[in-house]
Design a protein around this ligand. Structure first.
Ligand SMILES: *Cc1c(COP(=O)(O)O)cnc(C)c1O
Length: 467
């Protein structure tokens, strides 16, 4: 085998640049990226020939050069983030982007964000406006609070609240509520960052009214309650509800703050789930400030929403930290459009994907699962494909004990291992992320929109990932 001859068969860069297909790529993309792709592919080809001992295979690679250059250019220009199919059945999947936003809502946001908007412009008065104004009134109507604002995420809310009220002063928290939420959000660490001094009261399982009462000093600036979103203490346990703390706060002129975490605005018990405390209940019970996430049970964009008494919200709006933590126009517009669905519980449950997935009756999920099962079976794949019941989870640290009955399509490949199939599914153009149970691929249909069914089947069949 004459390697020198093979090397001489590789086209030179200037010849490649004259090639019709390469010229077309330069027109579509750019000269810079095409030249870079040529450089990369030539290097790969030379290395291939150096180590290859089959002349025919080497010639095939040389012939495929232009084609490979195109694949590389296309890949270079493709953004890294992409849609994936969530077959895990975890509705608020932190690694998969938490709350999905509906296409209708996003289309509206696109119309606002692709041009100029009244983000901070008051159209009534023709002067500067406030970015929170678009949803503040609505949030007040929905929650019963006097005022509202929003920052980047709920961790920022807690930071801003504590910095505004508690910097250099003391904030009292029950030891049973010093939680760590996913992503290393630890209440004690956030408090330290904010400059507030943490005063721990009670024990892990029990905190009494007198524990709070005894801890109040001249330096106390707030009583903080944290909803232990992602775990439950069961058995011999006790905590003090907001309503009981209110008289104590009033007596000493100290605000009661509650970090609710999930921030649900409708009563989930109506839909057969465990009751999750709502923002309305917290405000009704007398909390002065309540904060919660925008992209957990609310089903909106990543945000930290703060509602409560106007005098405190005004202080927070003026805090310099707010400039660093403020939401952008995408978040403001998305909150605006998603919160409008809460004008009625009916539209919220119908039009907000998170709520729709949580409340979807098992009959409807089963019907969809049957449809996906049939489409996959009709694709004639070398695998055992079955309909099986399963359980979905809420995720995102919300309602940790809740399991929602659901229906799955399971796939057991005949020719490759389940682990191999799982890996190949991750590498599809639209990756499909399943659960693996009992050495079977499990696609929980509760978290898969029906519009993806055909695509899933096509992707399984087309590159032959089961062979
Ligand atoms: C999730 C959660 C947070 C953090 O909210 P992010 O929006 O993820 O920053 C804070 N506190 C509680 C109680 C939570 O459940």
């Amino acid at each position: 085998m004459n390697k020198n001859l093979l090397f001489r068969n590789i086209p030179k860069v200037d010849v490649l640049l004259e090639n019709e297909d390469i010229q077309r790529m330069i027109g579509t993309y750019s000269r810079d990226t095409v030249v870079e792709a040529i450089r990369q592919e030539l290097e790969i080809l030379r290395e291939f020939i150096r180590t290859c001992d089959n002349e025919e295979k080497a010639m095939v690679q040389i012939d495929a050069l232009v084609q490979n250059i195109e694949l590389t250019v296309v890949k270079m220009h493709r953004p890294n983030m992409r849609p994936v199919v969530n077959g895990t059945g975890t509705i608020l999947h932190t690694n998969l982007g938490r709350a999905p936003i509906s296409r209708d809502h996003m289309n509206y946001v696109a119309s606002v964000a692709t041009g100029y908007s009244n983000l901070e412009y008051n159209l009534e008065e023709g002067k500067r406006g406030e970015r929170y104004s678009h949803f503040e009134k609505l949030l007040c109507e929905i929650t019963g609070a006097e005022a509202a604002m929003a920052v980047n995420n709920n961790a920022s809310s807690v930071m801003l609240i504590l910095s505004t009220l508690g910097k250099g002063k003391e904030v009292i928290v029950s030891r049973g509520e010093l939680v760590e939420i996913g992503g290393k959000f630890r209440v004690p660490d956030v408090m330290e960052q904010s400059g507030a001094k943490l005063v721990e009261v009670g024990t892990t399982n029990k905190t009494h009214f007198s524990d709070y009462e005894d801890a109040i000093t001249e330096e106390t600036s707030a009583l903080l309650k944290v909803h232990t979103s992602n775990y439950r203490i069961v058995g011999f346990a006790d905590s003090v509800p907001i309503a009981d703390l209110v008289p104590l706060g009033d007596k000493h002129g100290i605000p009661i703050v509650e970090d609710l975490g999930s921030g649900v605005l409708i009563d989930l018990a109506k839909y057969g789930l465990e009751h999750e405390p709502t923002v309305q209940e917290s405000i009704q019970a007398g909390a002065d400030i309540v904060c919660f996430s925008g992209d957990k049970l609310l089903g909106g964009p990543q945000a930290g929403i703060i509602v409560g008494r106007k005098k405190y919200i005004d202080m927070m709006k003026k805090n310099q930290l707010t400039r660093a933590l403020r939401i952008d126009k995408f978040t403001a517009a998305t909150l605006d459009v998603v919160l409008h669905e809460y004008l009625s519980e009916e539209t919220a449950v119908k039009n907000i994907p998170v709520l729709r997935m949580i409340t979807e009756p098992i009959e409807k999920v089963t019907k969809d699962a049957k449809m996906l099962c049939r489409i996959l079976k009709n694709a004639g794949l070398p695998a055992e494909i079955r309909l099986e019941s399963c359980e979905s989870q809420i995720g995102g640290g919300s309602l940790p004990l809740e399991r929602i009955p659901s229906m799955a399509v399971t796939i057991k490949p005949f020719k490759i291992s389940t682990a191999e199939l799982e890996e190949r599914m991750r590498h599809l153009p639209v990756p499909v992320i399943p659960r693996t149970i009992n050495d079977k691929i499990v696609l929980d249909v509760r978290t898969i929109d029906r519009s993806f069914f055909k695509l899933i089947a096509e992707q399984f069949a087309e590159p032959g990932i089961l062979n």
